[in-house]
Design a binder for this molecule. Structure first.
Ligand code: AMP
Ligand code: ZN
Length: 493
């Protein structure tokens, strides 16, 4: 990797609100933690945006030559309905509604999440730890917080003492909240029979006797508070202080603010050197969310089977649409924007194929050195993928002009273009050829296989309505599934 490509890489640290040069604490190693999904329902496109944002970061760090340990957790306990300290666990509630074991819910939606990540070509993390797999570490962290005077027990639950913590440490720095304002603005009275202050949050909750998801602890049977798992697991796998922590903007407060407080209270060290937050996918200006009824699933997106969709769009069209927007800006969903992205992606992919056929003539470099530099400069400037993509379209114009015989460039320039397009389009942006434009069905085959796996998962869970729906939706797209002894195969109708 040349020095040019190495950087420097600048990222906006949401803790300091400044663009800072990224310098890992132990290069070439980078520790990256991203908050993963709560696996109680289907993933919607908003979630996909956040995981795509951090996929872009992960891919860029790898491209720069770093050795990245990427930890992205699965929240399988402790996240309560309404993101507050009282009430039902999201997973337990879903288990009750679907009449399944909580762990069946966890498995079902974890499988679904993985299928969706594959569909959008989001790379797997190096470690994907679960909250239920790290009870010992979490209980241990609660003990350290209590030992240091920042946690107290009340009726079998343990709370984090925010006002006490705020006497000595900054609380609210990440989200720009001031403790006095929080005090006056918090009308919340949930848990106030146990909490000393309305700002305090649960780090361990007592479980009522009928609760299925509970574990023994020094404070009785219970379960960990939602914020605790990320602190315990990031510490375990990345150390007391690690390089980058990411998540959606909506997690800044209280989740990430609480993570910082927990780590400092337990171990005396700020956990994260660079905080990064991805902005939201919105629909008509409102955050896409399941509760808003505006969150469609990837399956609905591909089939077009949703009231907000004029028709279906391919996963790579959507990935490209997302990457054409800077991760820190909101992105509003619209059919028109997706159709424009579809056209853009087609042009880009056509150029990727054309560049392979270009014939050199003369020795002109056609401005390809500068083009390459501008692409790297854009990505090194806080992952500015929209500017990088705009640069690639400059390259597309050049490729097409050379192909039409209007411009002549040398062998070196053609090699540079081939290399640049391959690196940026496939490795960094993580796009895949989807259509048969390349002359074969390889990408389509990969795509259909993901659906076949989703259908097999649904069947394994005896969710025959879902498995039949998937088969019918593929049929509507002209793909016929055949169940054979050797497994499921497909062919065009
Ligand atoms: P959850 O499973 O609700 O904890 O969400 C998983 C991830 O998706 C979190 O990082 C959220 O910040 C993110 N997320 C949720 N809704 C949206 C949205 N509309 N746009 C972008 N990211 C979102
Ligand atoms: Zn988290």
């Amino acid at each position: 990797m040349s020095e040019l490509k190495k950087g420097p890489f600048w990222i906006t640290n949401t803790l300091t609100r400044k663009k800072e040069e990224f310098i890992p604490q132990a290069p070439p190693h980078v520790g990256l933690y991203v908050c993963g999904p709560t696996v109680y329902s289907d993933v919607h496109l908003g979630n996909v945006r956040t995981f795509t944002t951090f996929d872009l970061l992960y891919r860029w760090l790898l491209h720069l030559g770093y050795k990245v340990r990427y930890v992205r957790n699965i929240t399988d306990v402790g996240h309560l309905v309404g993101d507050i300290d009282e009430g039902e666990d999201k997973i337990a509630k879903r288990a009750r509604l679907e009449q399944l074991e909580p762990m069946e819910i966890v498995q079902k939606y974890t499988n679904g999440f993985h299928d969706v990540m594959r569909l959008f070509n989001v790379l797997s993390p190096s470690i994907e730890p679960t909250a239920t797999g790290h009870l010992i570490e979490q209980i241990d962290m609660v003990k350290r917080i209590i030992d240091h005077g920042y946690g107290y027990e009340a009726n079998g639950s343990v709370y984090f003492d925010v006002p006490k913590f705020a006497e000595k440490h900054a609380y609210g720095e990440l989200s720009g909240r001031k403790i006095d304002e929080l005090m006056t603005n918090t009308r919340d009275t949930e848990g106030m029979d146990e909490k000393r202050s309305p700002l305090d949050f649960a780090i361990w909750k007592k479980a009522d006797p009928i609760h299925l998801m509970k574990w023994p602890s020094p404070w009785g049977e219970g379960f960990p508070g939602w914020h605790l798992e990320c602190s315990a697991m990031s510490t375990k796998y990345l150390g007391l202080t690690f390089d980058i922590h990411g998540g959606g903007m909506d997690l800044k407060f209280p989740h990430h603010e609480c993570e910082i407080a927990q780590s400092i209270a337990a171990d005396g060290q700020a956990p994260v050197r660079y905080w990064m937050h991805g902005n939201m996918l919105t629909v008509n200006g409102r955050k896409m969310a399941k509760s808003e009824g505006n969150g469609f699933t990837p399956e609905e997106l591909v089939t077009g089977n949703h009231k907000l969709l004029d028709r279906g769009y391919s996963p790579m069209t959507v990935r490209f649409f997302m990457l054409q927007c800077h991760y820190a800006s909101t992105l509003d969903f619209s059919n028109a924007a997706l159709q424009a992205a579809e056209k853009g992606l087609e042009r880009l992919m056509a150029a990727v194929n054309t560049v392979q056929k270009l014939k050199p003539s003369g020795s002109d470099d056609g401005g390809t050195v500068e083009l390459e530099q501008r692409c790297y400069a854009a990505m090194n400037d806080d992952l500015n993928s929209p500017v990088m993509i705009a640069e690639l379209f400059e390259g597309v114009r050049l490729i097409n002009s050379v192909n039409d015989g209007k411009i002549a460039i040398g062998e070196g320039a053609i090699a540079r273009l081939k290399h640049l397009f391959h690196a940026m389009v496939f490795e960094v942006l993580g796009l895949q050829q989807e259509t048969a434009a390349a002359g074969d069905d390889t990408a389509l085959d990969g795509l259909v296989k993901v659906f076949i796996q989703m259908r097999a998962d649904a069947k394994a869970k005896k969710d025959f309505a879902a498995s039949d729906r998937l088969r019918d939706q593929l049929l509507a797209l002209g793909i016929v599934l055949k169940d054979t002894k050797e497994g499921t195969t497909w062919e065009r109708a």
